[in-house]
Design a protein around this ligand. Structure first.
Ligand code: SF4
Length: 103
């Protein structure tokens, strides 16, 4: 969830192995590794900026002001949850594809 809206919904294993929503990807990328020598994921997409006010959220997708994938459509249209895999739904106009992050 981000600012009170569901971003992604699915079995825990699917969310960890194949996250589609940029916020989920960024959250998982921010988990510190216990191995200080482990390379960081090439798919690391940091969350920049501060969270917007929940009493005056951005139009369209509430994550758009911090999303590295945001485009004009994201400001104009609220992304609805849609199924991208069995039991795995995402609310994003431009979800992360498997081939994009080396998964
Ligand atoms: S709908 Fe747009 S702004 Fe929102 S998460 Fe997806 S790409 Fe990012």
């Amino acid at each position: 969830m981000y600012l009170g809206r569901l971003c992604e919904l699915g079995p825990a294993e699917a969310l960890y192995r194949e996250p589609f929503h940029p916020y989920t990807v960024a959250l998982l990328a921010s988990i510190p590794s216990p191995d200080p020598d482990a390379p960081r994921s090439a798919a690391h997409e940091a969350i920049s900026g501060d969270p917007p006010s929940p009493i005056d959220p951005p139009s369209g997708c509430r994550f758009r002001t911090r999303c590295p994938r945001a485009q004009d459509r994201c400001a104009a249209e609220v992304p609805e949850l849609r199924m991208l895999a069995p039991d795995h739904a995402v609310a994003c106009h431009f979800p992360v594809e498997r081939s994009e992050d080396g998964r």
